[in-house]
Design a protein around this ligand. Structure first.
Ligand code: SF4
Ligand code: SF4
Length: 63
C-alpha cells in the first residue's frame, strides 16, 4: 500500500525553507506557501502525492 501520509516537518524549526523537496517532486505535489512572517514552507497536496518519498530523502533537515 502506498504511504501517502507524507509529513515534511512537524514544527517550522524542522524546515529551513530550502525548497529542495519542492524542486524534486515530479508530481508537482508540493507548493511553497508563505506564512504570516513571509517565510516560505512546503505544503504537500495529498491528492497529487504518490508517496515516493523523494522529498523526504532530499531534505537536509532530516537525518
Ligand atoms: S512523496 Fe513523492 S510525490 Fe509525494 S510530495 Fe514527496 S516527492 Fe512528491
Ligand atoms: S527539503 Fe526539508 S528543509 Fe527544505 S524546504 Fe523541504 S522540508 Fe524544508
Amino acid at each position: 500500500m502506498i504511504n501517502k501520509k507524507i509529513i515534511l516537518f512537524e514544527n517550522k524549526e524542522e524546515c529551513c525553507g530550502c525548497t529542495a523537496c519542492y524542486a524534486i517532486c515530479s508530481r508537482d505535489a508540493i507548493v511553497m506557501q508563505s506564512d504570516e512572517e513571509g517565510f516560505e514552507y512546503p505544503m504537500v497536496d495529498r491528492d497529487k502525492c504518490v508517496g515516493c518519498g523523494k522529498c523526504l530523502k532530499v531534505c537536509p533537515m532530516k537525518d
